[in-house]
Design a protein around this ligand. Structure first.
Ligand SMILES: [Zn+2]
Length: 367
């Protein structure tokens, strides 16, 4: 809860706090100089007119900068300008956040870009933009290396290129609109590069309409689509990487799943365990129940469930092994961002809350 919004003391004031999901903006005018030819000139052209060039182009369904920022739906009176490290750190300080983990807005949609070359170019430009304008400006910010899933060998090269930046602490795998979910063997170069550089994998969901499951829901109402796209995209990717034994093949790898709350994970673990009992031959690499691997995965709290009885959240937390793996996430500056209230209201120990506020993220990102 922001100091400015309440007279009572925030639970975050005296503890170490990591916000695991902070969204920076990547307006084309600022991003253009980080692109190589021939894309630099094309991206620069969007600077003055990108409002009218929604799709296809810079990024399908792209955010609209100032227009979006001032949406009345936002909890902020004015959406903050998160296009540089100084502003971003200042914004996070208002909420007593010590470290913010940054993710792009448009970078969430890299998988739906049609051109493999442009997708790779976008990921590289994003990483350079992130380093130059954010990480080099603030020690309170850490980054996740964006890669295009279209070409896992190029993705591994991109990880090698920027992994030595000291504030790059994870690999950002966008999930919205994947052709193949992440259990597929084609992605092994990414797991190998992540292992080599000791970087955790951050899966971040997003709501998009796309012909591949689970995003082919264009005939459903937005409420249903938006709910399902976030949850199901994490469910299917979590199930698929476990089914294919990725945690067995790469035992050092850590994974965090962001932006679908907590409740999808118990369902995933329970159902996969049940099916595993009947079809073990389908997952020959597994050495224990699927749920035991899932228990080791980290999970972002946003958008946290809102049961009338907060004790139900404590049950959910236990089901996801959350005292060890849940990481606080606000999703600032999105209109549906979470404050500290839900976690503060949970009937759990002070130590468990401190783990969620920041200590679990400290383990996850080695900070
Ligand atoms: Zn987010």
């Amino acid at each position: 809860m922001a100091k400015s919004e309440s007279n009572s003391k925030s639970p975050l004031e005296d503890v170490f706090v990591v916000d695991n999901d902070v969204h920076i903006e990547e307006p084309p005018g600022l991003m253009a100089k980080y692109f190589e030819p021939p894309y630099d000139d094309a991206v620069r052209r969007y600077e003055k007119s990108y409002r009218y060039r929604d799709t296809p182009g810079y990024m399908p369904g792209m955010k609209l900068g100032d227009i979006f920022r001032n949406s009345p739906a936002s909890k902020h009176a004015k959406r903050p300008d998160l296009t540089n490290g100084e502003n971003t750190e200042r914004e996070l300080k208002k909420y007593h956040v010590d470290i913010g983990v940054l993710f792009g807005e448009n970078a969430l949609k890299i998988p739906i870009l049609q051109s493999v070359e442009y997708a790779n170019a976008f990921a590289s430009a994003y990483n350079d933009y992130l380093i130059d304008r954010f990480l080099d400006q603030s020690d309170a910010l850490i980054g996740a290396i964006a890669v295009a899933p279209h070409d896992p060998h190029a993705a591994a090269e991109e990880i090698d290129r920027v992994a030595n930046e000291k504030q790059m602490k994870a690999i950002f795998l966008p999930i919205g609109g994947l052709d193949r979910t992440y259990g597929h063997s084609t992605y092994r170069p990414i797991w190998e590069a992540a292992t080599e550089h000791s970087l955790p994998i951050a899966f971040h969901s997003v709501g998009v309409d796309f012909p591949e499951f689970p995003f082919n829901m264009h005939k459903l109402p937005y409420l249903t689509r938006h709910t399902l796209a976030h949850e199901l995209s994490l469910v299917v990717n979590c199930m698929h990487i476990v089914n294919e034994g990725i945690p067995v093949l790469y035992p050092e790898l850590k994974f965090v799943f962001l932006e679908a709350g907590l409740s999808w994970m118990p369902m995933t673990a329970y159902r996969l365990d049940r099916e595993y009992m009947q079809h073990r031959e389908q997952a020959p690499l597994l050495e224990k129940r699927p749920s035991e691997y899932i228990d080791e995965f980290y999970i972002g709290t946003h958008p946290i469930e809102v049961p009338e009885n907060p004790s139900e959240l404590a049950v959910l937390l236990e089901q996801v092994n959350g005292e060890e793996t849940a990481v606080f996430a606000t999703d600032i500056p999105h209109h549906d961002w979470d404050d500290a209230g839900a976690i503060q209201s949970m009937p759990i120990s002070k130590e468990a809350k401190e783990n969620i506020w920041g200590l679990n993220a400290k383990k996850l990102y080695s900070i």
